[in-house]
Design a binder for this molecule. Structure first.
Ligand SMILES: [Zn+2]
Ligand SMILES: [Zn+2]
Length: 103
C-alpha cells in the first residue's frame, strides 16, 4: 500500500538567464559572450562619461536662435535682419557686398 508516486517535480536545472538581454543563455557563465562584451563596454562608457570633466561644452547655452544675434553692446537679442539695435549699436553688415553704393 505504498502511496508513493513518482514526483514529477524534478529539480531540473534551469538555464541561467542572461542578465544583459534577459534571454536564456546556454553558456557556462550564463551570459551571452556578445552580451558580456556589450555590458563591459557599457560599463566602460559609463566610467568614461563619469570621468569626463563637466563644463567643456562647445556650445554655450545662450539660447540664441539661428536667426538671432547678440548685440555686443547691450547683449540684447536682435533679429539678424535688424541693422540697428535698440541701444543704437549698428551691426556690421557684410553679407551683401556693396553694390551700387555711393549715390
Ligand atoms: Zn544576452
Ligand atoms: Zn544693443
Amino acid at each position: 500500500m505504498s502511496s508513493k508516486k513518482p514526483q514529477p517535480l524534478i529539480p531540473r536545472r534551469t538555464h541561467e538567464r542572461c542578465p544583459v538581454c534577459g534571454e536564456i543563455s546556454y553558456s557556462l557563465a550564463g551570459v551571452h559572450p556578445q552580451c558580456a562584451v556589450r555590458q563591459a563596454d557599457a560599463k566602460r562608457l559609463k566610467r568614461i562619461k563619469r570621468d569626463k570633466p563637466e563644463g567643456k561644452k562647445a556650445k554655450p547655452s545662450t539660447g540664441v536662435k539661428p536667426w538671432q544675434r547678440i548685440c555686443p553692446k547691450c547683449k540684447a537679442l536682435q533679429h539678424v535682419r535688424k541693422k540697428v539695435c535698440v541701444c543704437g549699436h549698428t551691426f556690421a553688415v557684410r553679407a551683401n557686398p556693396p553694390a551700387g553704393e555711393g549715390d
